[in-house]
Design a protein around this ligand. Structure first.
Ligand SMILES: O=C(O)c1cc(=O)[nH]c(=O)n1[C@@H]1O[C@H](COP(=O)(O)O)[C@@H](O)[C@H]1O
Length: 235
């Protein structure tokens, strides 16, 4: 079975006006968009409904991490928006991830739930010295992915460098959504575990999440198309 691959644009803007002006640039395609905390906290859920009504698929990235009961209730409200994808932190435990999935199932939404394994801005050194996680990052990612699978989730967020490792433990149908994407000549910024769209394809990511390499580009549509060519089409 060939799985769908796609490019998600991280719309990390602070206002609706900015976001809509950005999306208006795309006259020929309807990119999969990721809406995060910055925009949701500023503009509220109506913004999500509006972008959905314009025909975009939406990954609502709110990274829930709390006690199971609170996460379940919050996830119910996300599920009612019927977005295509949303996420929690795998560090919240299997019980918390199960509670989140239950909320989606109870609402009957088609939303795919995925779990963040280790943020792409985290290094192994920082995990050891600050978080006291004394395991290689790849092992932690694999272990958290397995926990997400046990909880019944559809996949994980991980670095593109780890997509293959995740598929090896959780199978090819388990979705890998991978931020930490940069073109070879781009600045890394706050990201640590990064690679290019072409390399992400080679390693086996299912979706790449691309923010600044598209949104801060002098020609965002051209940069988006470059991601599609390199990652989806393998050209
Ligand atoms: O869940 C995410 O989307 C996410 C997880 C992660 O580990 N790393 C990560 O960068 N992200 C998000 O992916 C986007 C990456 O943006 P750029 O670094 O600008 O490409 C941001 O919106 C982050 O919030």
């Amino acid at each position: 079975m060939t799985k769908e691959k796609d490019v998600m644009i991280a719309c990390d803007f602070s206002t609706k006006a900015e976001t809509m002006a950005f999306l208006d640039l795309f006259t020929e395609e309807k990119p999969y968009v990721k809406i995060g905390m910055e925009l949701l906290y500023a503009e509220g859920p109506d913004m999500v409904r509006e972008i959905k009504a314009r025909g975009h698929k939406i990954f609502l990235d709110l990274k829930l991490h709390d006690i199971p009961n609170t996460v379940k209730k919050a996830m119910r409200n996300i599920a009612l928006l019927d977005v295509d994808m949303t996420n929690v932190h795998a560090a919240g435990t299997i019980e918390m991830m199960k509670a989140a999935q239950e909320a989606i199932d109870e609402v009957g939404a088609h939303t795919q739930l995925i779990a963040v394994t280790q943020l792409t801005s985290t290094s192994e050194e920082r995990m050891r010295s600050e978080l006291w996680i004394d395991h290689p990052i790849a092992d932690t990612v694999q272990h958290y992915a397995r926990n997400a699978e046990i909880a019944g989730l559809a996949g994980v967020v991980c670095s593109p460098l780890e997509a293959d490792l995740v598929h090896r433990v959780c199978g090819e149908n388990f979705i890998t959504v991978t931020p930490g994407i940069r073109f070879a000549d781009d600045a890394k910024g706050d990201q640590v575990r990064v690679t290019t769209p072409a390399k992400a394809r080679e390693i086996g990511s299912d979706y790449i999440v691309v923010g600044r390499s598209i949104t801060a580009s002098s020609d965002p549509v051209a940069s988006y198309r470059r991601c599609i060519r390199e990652f989806v089409k393998g050209e």
